[in-house]
Design a protein around this ligand. Structure first.
Ligand code: ADP
Ligand code: LRH
Length: 480
């Protein structure tokens, strides 16, 4: 027929969803088949993903999706399951917010200095990069039994198809990939004693990943064969692919649990200055580089909302809009906010420690968070342009944060650039489009973006006022 149907399994840190995309000439529609919470569990061993609940959610979603031409899976990065020699999962995957990686990076750097690691992999320091997680796992009984490591989307794809692979965009977040070659860094692995045989062979977005197993067909009521197609399985890679940019002069901010803010480049930036500014070079679609910085994102608000007993988000944001701007700001890039728990108190403490007014009410804390995120967005967008020598005219905001009009407006104000907000389900759309492309329904990345621009209707926010008070807030934070 004229239209193809593709199921995108998109697992975020706060929720998982199965979306169905219908793609034809001049047509791109996305509907939600199923959404389910992603609730990590604290066990005596630490913080774990409930991967069986997620897989059950995926199966429920595929059942609701009905007949599709293909399925693709993306999720958050870095985390993984370990399999034994029989291919059975060894325990629940460890959550990237688990404390096991505390102090581990310093140990790794004693063997392979941070400067050399950056020059070889282009990956920013984050305590949870797979590399550090592996260093933390070394010596455990579980790791000793492990014969295979599958990143989360690859694990789910394996359960759906019985076939194992390592998708490249997500593999680039392990810190074991050389972004210049798009292949494993044998040097880094060798010096750190990591056996690359743990990983299944690399696959690229668009590659076939098998077909749904007969048991999966039976459980979902689907009729086979249903192919599974490799997509940009790092959710951020899929989201960036779905930025409806008209040309290359754009910055993007993928806003959800995290804010991932930066540029799409054709080559990595591996300078020492870039390392010091903590920019990462993750791999995107078709040889592109996602040059970006991780910002704590709406995690800060999610954790506060949880602490406050889940008040209505719309009402809270409306109240926050009435709180005076930029009274106090925190460093939304600070890994000190990584762990769960006591978030309103931790934000208050950061304000107190830097000699700023301490936000008290939920609306004041919310305002502090949104001002701080906008300020961090400004910093990342400005630094990325400078470090990459790549100027932009517009900031595209995609992901769940596009539903937060205050955040979008503040981001425009802080950056002094227009913000084009949408699509909200960018990762799912990027997932769908890569499947559609593999099945011949869209052209290259440019063609995908033109289709998005024609079919999705983003909201535009013009910058208000001048950026002087944002600059002042930035200085205040830097000088504390
Ligand atoms: P992830 O994929 O990381 O789980 P999402 O992209 O789904 O995250 O974004 C989730 C965030 O979107 C929530 O934390 C919330 O702050 C924001 N959000 C969702 N719905 C709304 C809404 N109706 N109004 C304002 N913000 C919203
Ligand atoms: C966002 C994301 C981000 C990673 C983080 C672990 O969902 O994939 O790009 O840094 O999760």
């Amino acid at each position: 027929g004229d239209v193809g149907s593709y199921a995108a399994v998109d697992l975020g840190a706060s929720s998982g969803r199965v979306m169905v995309g219908r793609v034809g000439p001049d047509r791109l529609e996305l509907t939600e088949a199923h959404r389910f919470p992603n609730r990590p569990v604290r066990t005596p061993d630490g913080l774990r993903w409930d991967v069986l609940a997620l897989y059950a959610g995926v199966l429920d979603g595929l059942r609701s999706a009905g007949p599709v031409d293909s399925v693709g899976v993306d999720s958050w990065a870095v985390d993984h399951g370990l399999l034994d020699a029989d291919g059975a999962l060894l325990g629940n995957p460890v959550h990237y917010r688990d404390a096991r990686t505390e102090g581990v990076a310093e140990r790794v750097w004693a063997t392979l200095p941070a400067e050399e690691l950056y020059a070889a992999t282009g990956l920013q320091y984050a305590p949870f990069n797979t590399l550090y997680q592996l260093a933390a796992a070394r010596g455990t009984a579980q790791f000793a039994a492990a014969r295979r490591l599958l990143l989360i989307p690859d694990l789910l794809t394996y359960w759906l198809t019985g076939e194992q692979g390592t998708e490249l965009t997500n593999a680039s977040t392990t810190q074991l990939i050389d972004p210049r070659t798009g292949d494993w860094s044998h040097e880094v692995a060798g010096r750190l004693g990591i056996d690359l045989g743990l990983f299944a062979p690399l696959r690229r977005p668009g590659d076939p990943a098998g077909v749904l197993r007969p048991e999966v067909l039976e459980e979902t009521g689907l009729t086979g064969p249903v192919p599974v197609t490799t997509v940009g399985s790092h959710d951020t890679a899929s989201a960036v692919a779905a930025v409806p940019a008209a040309d290359e002069r754009f910055a993007y901010i993928c806003t959800g649990t995290w804010s991932l803010a930066g540029l799409e480049l054709t080559a990595p930036v591996l300078t020492e200055e870039s390392r010091a500014a903590n920019f990462t070079n993750e791999l995107g679609l078709d040889g592109t580089v996602r040059y970006l910085r991780n910002i704590m994102g709406l995690w800060l608000l999610q954790e506060c909302v949880r602490a406050w007993g889940d008040p209505d988000l719309g009402a809270l944001l409306a109240e926050a809009a009435r709180v005076p701007a930029l009274r106090s700001v925190v460093d939304a890039g600070d890994p000190a906010f990584l762990a769960p728990g006591r978030m309103p108190e931790r934000i208050a403490e950061a304000c107190r420690a830097s000699g700023q007014p301490v936000p008290g009410t939920p609306a004041e804390v919310t305002r502090c968070i949104l001002d701080s995120l906008a300020l961090a967005h400004r910093g990342a967008v400005a630094d990325a342009q400078r470090l990459a020598g790549h100027p932009v005219d517009v900031v595209h905001v995609v992901g769940g944060g596009t539903r937060n009009a205050l955040l979008c407006q503040l981001t425009a104000d802080a950056c002094g650039l227009p913000v084009v907000a949408g699509p909200t389900e960018a990762a799912a759309l990027g997932n769908v489009l890569v499947q559609a492309r593999a099945h011949g329904r869209v052209g290259d990345l440019g063609g995908m973006r033109r289709l998005l621009a024609r079919t999705q209707s983003p909201t535009r926010y013009e910058p208000r006022g001048d950026t002087a008070r944002w600059r002042a807030a930035e200085t205040r934070l830097a000088d504390r």
